[in-house]
Design a protein. Sequence first.
Length: 288
Amino acid sequence: MKNNIFLLALIFPLSCLAVTPEINETIAYSGKLGKQNIFMTLSTTNGKVLGNYFYTKYNSPITLSGSLSDSKLLLIEETTNGTAHINAAINEGTISGTWALNGKSHNIHSKALSKSYENIIKKIDVSDKGNENKTLSITFIDGTSQTIEISTLEKSTLIIFEDFTFDGYPDMRILEIEAGGNSSFIYFDYDAQNRKFKISSDEISRLVSPKIFHSEKIIISISRDGCCTYHAIKISPTEVFSASYDFESKTGSEILKNKGVGSELEKPITENYFEDNYLNFKGTTGKN
């Protein structure tokens, strides 16, 4: 009998195991460094920060790395003249501090284009039910809560908060399966009016390994089929592009769909066109 009770005690917790999710947050900022206008994007995971910024006058991305502890932001930038340091504080979505290099410094002031998930969410609990099924229990700052059932092939739970609808609120995507360049996610928009997350649109939900260009409000998704065929989706505020290119047969096509109208236009595309507009897309800003 004692052995049976011990066995049940082991089985019961495993049927609904609480796990700690890994949370990544990406936020875009617009502001000034000295007298120059800048655009900055920072991604934070467990206090580590990676990102970039560019002067809007020059449109050349500059890599940043560092840390965020409480509200203290420390970043470094490698330049041809040495290492520049950004020492700043984040308060209510505003970065204020200094950029310094070799005894010279400039003020930096930049404002977030979207709220942090910590402005709306108090706590996230994840229960692993086994058989790939998990439950997200979200407690919001206002005291309300939401339960979301998901199914993933990953043992750990990766949650990424990023405003991919460009409405100023943190949307959410959860890693479904890690597959290098073909990683898939489960997408949820934050509904500010109802203060809940909702399943994203079909065009968002089919994105693979998305790259979000906040300065232009564009999302790019690239996936590969076999050795040589690539499929791409580009979503802008007014249009959705779908393209495929086979590098072996040197053939490809693109379909343009206007949002709200429903009309589609298909045309053949070249290898250079596919690479410039999809595979190596950097946008009209942020180019080297």
